[in-house]
Design a protein around this ligand. Structure first.
Ligand code: 5GP
Ligand code: MN
Length: 332
């Protein structure tokens, strides 16, 4: 466990004394990882610094409109990433979440900072700012920027932060959506983030094919343990028949918890071509499913966690999951 000081001044001083700054985040980037990375990129550029965002994977189409998204550099295994003064790692707390890019960053001679809101951080960087009570990394960055100098938060930064917060709170309804978060959202709207436009750009962009996949996924749902557990499996064949891929399942898992009486929900997808099963777990407020994700080699939050399980099958994961959920519910 790394030593963690929740001290913005320490982080601000490190950033202030750096010029060329590499920003990165997790594989399969989402609204918070892209939002927080681009918010920081815009904020630092506004002050004349030279930040670059480097990601292991591509930016999802619905986030490409954010300012700076077209400048994000895709990981190149032949690049040695030399010449940076500082590396800032956002929205993750173990190096495996960075992807192969980590093996290029690991040995470069500069300070590495992690800013994140997940539990149970691992030792791999020099400095950490971790607030597990925060809804999102974007919320933490807002607080940091506000502490630093809010006049550098321009419209592009506000939009990126708003998108990170909106997506990581399920559009302002998950746990940790508190009054402070609405104050922050209000400040961001005042700076120029437009809630209607941002919701439409990020979330109202389903393809027809992905909705057809959703229809199949809904009919695949199974209830167990007196409806306390809802499981939504999606097979390789389901993807093939609808001409979709795992990236088209964004938001599906929330249906599992929308059933009355359901306490735990799981989306289990078989990643075509690869022997990987991706697990997304969700639970209602009084239950933590994080330990189950950890049993599968993953992690995350108490109410939203996940794992990417190698060399397995959908059927094996389903059976294991039923066993683990059964054990967890017995403890209730
Ligand atoms: P999602 O279900 O949206 O893919 O992921 C929910 C949360 O679970 C993420 O915020 C992330 O913290 C965590 N998570 C998802 N997949 C993995 C994984 O493979 N490893 C770890 N450690 N955490 C994961
Ligand atoms: Mn996040």
């Amino acid at each position: 466990m790394p030593s963690i000081e929740k001290d913005f001044n320490q982080i601000i001083n490190l950033i202030q004394s750096s010029n060329k700054i590499l920003i990165t985040s997790h594989v399969s980037p989402d609204g918070d990882s892209i939002g927080s990375s681009l918010a920081l990129w815009n904020f630092l550029k506004e002050q004349g610094k030279k930040p670059k965002v480097v990601m292991n994977d591509n930016v999802p189409n619905n986030l490409k409109f954010l300012k700076g998204a077209d400048k994000i550099i895709k990981y190149d295994q032949n690049d040695n990433y030399k010449g940076y003064d500082l590396v800032i790692i956002l929205d993750l707390n173990q190096h495996s979440r960075i992807g192969n890019l980590w093996y290029n960053l690991e040995n470069i001679d500069c300070t590495k900072i992690v800013i994140d809101h997940h539990q149970d951080p691992k030792e791999f960087a020099n400095f950490y700012y971790i607030d597990t009570q925060s809804s999102s990394t974007s919320e933490i960055l807002y607080e940091m920027m506000n502490e630093w100098n809010s006049k550098f938060i321009n419209q592009a930064t506000a939009e990126a932060l708003y998108v990170g917060i909106m997506t990581d709170t399920g559009s302002f309804h998950f746990d940790r959506t508190d009054s402070r978060l609405f104050q922050i959202a209000s400040n961001l709207v005042e700076i120029g983030a437009n809630p209607t436009q941002l919701y439409e750009s990020v979330l109202s962009v389903n393809s027809f094919a992905s909705l057809q996949l959703m229809g199949k996924a809904l009919t695949n749902m199974e209830l167990h343990f007196d409806s306390k557990f809802c499981m939504m499996p999606i097979t390789q064949e389901d993807f093939e028949k609808s001409n979709t891929h795992p990236g088209d399942t964004e938001g599906f898992v929330s249906f599992t918890l929308s059933i009355e009486g359901t306490k735990i929900g799981a989306l289990i997808t078989q990643v075509p071509e690869e022997k990987i099963v991706k697990l997304s777990l969700r639970s209602k407020k009084d239950i933590s499913i994080r330990e189950i994700a950890v049993k599968f080699g993953g992690g995350g939050h108490n109410q939203a966690s996940g794992a990417n399980i190698k060399d397995t099958t959908l059927e094996i994961v389903k059976a294991q999951l039923i066993e683990y959920v059964g054990e967890l519910l017995k403890k209730e």
